[in-house]
Ligand binder design. Sequence first.
Ligand code: C2O
Ligand code: CU
Ligand code: CU
Length: 429
Amino acid sequence: VDADGTRVFELTAQSGSTEFHPGVTTPTWGFNGTYLGPTLVAHRGERVRVDIDNELAEPTSVHWHGMHLPAEMDGGPHQMIEPGGDWSPSWTIDQPAATLWYHPHPHGETEEHVRHGLAGLFYVQDPEEDALPLPQEYGVDDLPLIVQDAQFNSTGELKGTNMGFVGALGDEILVNGTAGPYLDVSTELVRLRLLNASTARTYSFGFSDDRGFDLVASDGGLLEQPVPLEHLRLSPGERAEIVVRLVPGETTVLRSVEPDLGVDGDGGARNGGADKFDVLELRAATTLESAASVPTTLTSIERLDPTDAATTRELELDGYAINGESMDMNRIDQVVTLGDTEVWNVVNDMDRPHNFHIHDVQFQIASIDGSPPPPELGGWKDTIYLPPQRRFELVMRFDDYASAEHPFMYHCHLLWHEDLGMMGQFVVV
Ligand code: C2O
Ligand code: CU
Ligand code: CU
């Protein structure tokens, strides 16, 4: 924290190498290291600044995914950092406690930059969440889990091969950059903060013995009540916080089973819908520290009412374009009026998977094909899976940060699709 009270972080994007498998050296990129980056933590109301150096041989950017902040600090494709250059965005944290993340956003290159390891978590905390009896000791009972699939070629390089429609699907899982990970658990309850940082793959997380768990938070923060689940689908860019109970001495495995992609025929299997992976083995100690049970009320969420919308937009994803237009850095696609509530109706018009992410705001899913969303999609979201031919009615409010010059992005977060142009720009004025 510097003299005027700003919390200052330092990130250096660099290249190097990582030994994921013994004796095999893989060229990788990372922040402050050779793969992934540090978890940044700040409190609601705090002023933050991130001093970023780019030591890569090519331009990159750093985007704060899920963060509510001025567009010129957003780190999208208009805020590039040249090789040897630096950038120091600053803003005031103004949103509820949540598990957010950061990653590059260079137009046409995002998939490559993220796949090589440029990603990290950004936790927002607030007093309300601090006071809840949820596991919250970082690295002990509150664990960051950055989940990625990878494929290594014979010389150890991370490859973007095995392209399905969705992009490059890997054949093994890395968690926080570790292959075949396990975790020694010392408490009855553990909170797992899952980030799907994969470029293309959608997972369905659950446990090897089908035990239930509580979903306590989605992209933008806590749910009102914990949602008991046995499986949870997470597409690229989405986060979830789950709490699971263990008994002394046991072992269970967090796994991903065949995700229901909502795609007919072989289109599911060809895009990861038939794949299963072990993700993380949890090994409980023979005595576990006791933990309070998960509270039945977590927070209250102000419900946004779609009938309050000043504007309703229709967004159709088709042919690597949105509404027939491929991303143009010099075209503004949507102009939003400051202070307005809006509805965005988003439809995947193809018979293959997509997903959808909006910068700047957290939204609520008002309906899916006219029906209320399932409870796991009932909280704040910034990224959603889009199965084919379903209409997602998203409601959001644009409270501040007007700028006619600096646009925010919305796009498919299957990063290869984003790079191909499945992205648009909006300004808030
Ligand atoms: Cu996670 Cu536009 O990005
Ligand atoms: Cu984003
Ligand atoms: Cu897509």
